[in-house]
Design a protein around this ligand. Structure first.
Ligand code: ADP
Ligand code: MG
Length: 403
């Protein structure tokens, strides 16, 4: 037997595994690196976050990714080069983190790498009816991570989800269910990344069939793109200061929320391919708000993100009571303009951060991929949700050996 395969078999039999989860979302802010220790698997999973860091992407890295990110037309040569380049960059960033944490690479059992989404093309959103399928593409090849770090790497988690009938996103339901469901309360776990999504967790804690995840629309993506367009050099509206100084423009808000995505049935996924500066420009044209100032634009966009969440909550809980406990995570949880807009749209809701439940909100997405890798190696796949909301019972992630 190959020694690498034997090592993987041994890892699967161990009672615990040290796994690095890597996540780089659509915000392109950086690489989230979460060093986790996982004991057990399935409903018995216990996770300790040993270290966490977001390594900010250099401007050069962001601009290389933006050459292809969410674009209709790209240079195939550029894309071919970017794929291994990002894999190597991620390997170097992992080694830098391990050095800073004084952890030897040999003490890490696995890397779980999400990669960088460069295009998300669910059936309802892409422009090619000749392809009757959902698709999504992540780059930053896993072989380069494995060889670059010497650590067995699982990557490209989303393809199996698509192959088994999903849209490839959101995958949060699985890890959220294993780590954060509670017998004491029903929960909504709201992640505010570039795109916003939530996972519904039933109170029972044991019944996987009613849990599900869905995207709700833009989180930070339109806010960030607008700040970048008006204030070159700024990556985002820190602490929502600009948005809080503005007024919501009801006409523009209505134009933004008029897109059929917001009324489409759950679950659904989306990306900056749809919620782009072109989308905003079209809504501004329809509402004749082309000259609206930056502050008012941002106030309106925060309201639009919150409105998207509220509409998805209405769709999910039509005719029954929505959970009163919402736990936020992701960078948008640090934006008071967004959180205040959400409080207006979901009155009677108690908002907290997942940190209150023992899972650091900034690390949650990276942690969830460590959980998926743990399940793929040691677990028995279980289905989450039913019907259209079902996350199939499949192990996700492709294995790359270091040699
Ligand atoms: N202090 C803050 N004030 C306002 N927005 C913030 C703050 N910190 C982070 N953000 C927002 O969060 C984004 C990053 O969120 P993240 O969860 O990493 O998203 P993604 O998964 O898309 O990378 C930033 O681009 C920014 O919009
Ligand atoms: Mg990020």
């Amino acid at each position: 037997m190959s020694p690498h395969l034997a090592r993987l078999g041994q890892l699967a039999r161990q009672s615990g595994r040290r796994i690095i989860g890597l996540m780089s979302g659509t915000s392109l802010d950086g690489l989230d690196v979460a060093l986790c220790y996982l004991q057990g698997h399935g409903p018995g999973t216990r996770l300790t976050l040993e270290q966490f860091c977001t390594v900010p992407y250099a401007e050069d890295t962001k601009s290389r990714i933006r050459q292809v990110f969410a674009r209709d037309t790209v240079s195939l040569e550029y894309l071919t080069l970017l794929n291994p380049w990002l894999g190597r960059l991620h390997a170097r960033l992992v080694l830098d983190c391990l050095r800073a944490w004084q952890v030897a690479p040999a003490a890490v059992d696995l890397i779980a790498s999400h990669g960088q989404t460069i295009y998300h093309a669910p059936r309802h959103q892409h422009q090619h009816p000749e392809f009757d399928l959902d698709a999504t593409l992540q780059i930053g090849d896993g072989d380069h991570l494995a060889v670059g770090t010497g650590i067995i790497t699982l990557s490209d988690f989303r393809q199996k989800h698509v192959a088994a009938g999903g849209e490839g996103a959101p995958l949060a339901a699985y890890g959220d269910f294993l780590l954060l469901s509670s017998p004491a309360e029903e929960r909504l776990l709201l992640n505010l990344g570039g795109i916003a999504n939530f996972t519904y967790l039933p109170r029972t804690g044991g019944d996987a069939t009613t849990a599900f995840s869905t995207d709700t629309g833009p989180g930070n993506t339109l806010l960030d793109a607008t700040v970048r367009a008006h204030r070159p050099g700024l990556a985002y509206d820190e602490d929502g200061r600009l948005a809080l100084a503005g007024q919501v423009h009801e006409g523009l808000l209505a134009a933004l929320l008029a897109h059929p995505f917001f009324t489409a049935p759950l679950p659904k996924t989306t990306g900056p391919e749809l919620f782009s500066t072109a989308y905003l420009a079209a809504a501004q044209q329809r509402s004749t708000t082309q000259t609206l100032g930056l502050e008012d634009l941002l106030a309106t966009l925060a309201e639009c993100s919150a409105g998207g969440v509220a509409r998805a909550v209405q769709l999910a809980f039509a005719g029954r009571t929505a959970p009163v406990a919402v736990y936020a995570s992701g960078g948008g949880a640090h934006n008071p303009a967004l959180m205040q807009a959400l409080a207006r749209h979901l009155p009677g809701t108690r908002f907290a951060r997942t940190d209150e439940l023992g899972v650091a909100g900034d690390a949650k997405e990276a942690i969830l991929f460590a959980v998926l890798a743990n399940e793929a190696v040691a677990g028995t796949p279980v289905a989450i949700g039913t019907g259209r909301q079902r996350v199939p019972a499949v192990g996700m992630g492709k294995v790359s050996f270091p040699g």
